[in-house]
Design a protein around this ligand. Structure first.
Ligand code: MG
Length: 158
């Protein structure tokens, strides 16, 4: 077994009225949702970039160009599936991930358990190896309302 690999990914989206609030592949009940070429799922975008970064591969924006009409309004679960396929094809496997979500809306606490569970299933990991937490912006966001996600992933390699 080779030494483990670590990767970090971040993503930032504006939150606007009239868009579904999609996070971690789930649609949350919220008056605002992420603007974006795809579904704007900042959690899955950051997670994919962490996995790709750990694998030494191109980032999400290079693999899924936002100028490509194939990805217009694409579900980001598709990006995660493709990312995992590439990672596994290269002989690597997720070992653990940790995620921080910065936003004032939606509140993450009530959704934390279901988000963890669905990510653990998508990554084929034990629940204890997938963690996430929400943090408020503490009144520091004076521009447009945003959601920002930071993800760290560790991969094992054959
Ligand atoms: Mg994004």
């Amino acid at each position: 077994m080779k030494p483990p690999r670590i990767g970090i990914g971040t993503d930032l989206h504006r939150l606007v009225p009239g868009r579904p609030c999609i996070l971690g592949g789930q649609t949350l009940d919220c008056a605002v949702g992420p603007e974006g070429h795809s579904d704007g799922d900042a959690l899955l975008h950051a997670l994919c970039d962490a996995l790709l970064g750990a694998a030494g591969m191109d980032d999400l924006g290079t693999l899924f160009r936002d100028s490509d009409p194939r990805w217009k309004d694409a579900q980001s679960t598709l990006f995660l599936e493709e990312t995992l396929r590439l990672v596994r094809q290269a002989g690597m496997e997720p070992v653990s991930v940790d995620i921080v979500i910065h936003c004032d809306r939606p509140r993450i606490g009530p959704h934390r358990a279901t988000l963890r569970q669905s990510l653990a299933e998508a990554l084929d990991l034990d629940l204890s190896r997938v963690n996430l937490k929400g943090k408020s912006l503490e009144s520091t966001n004076h521009g447009p309302e945003t959601i920002e996600v930071i993800a760290v992933a560790i991969l094992s390699e054959d």
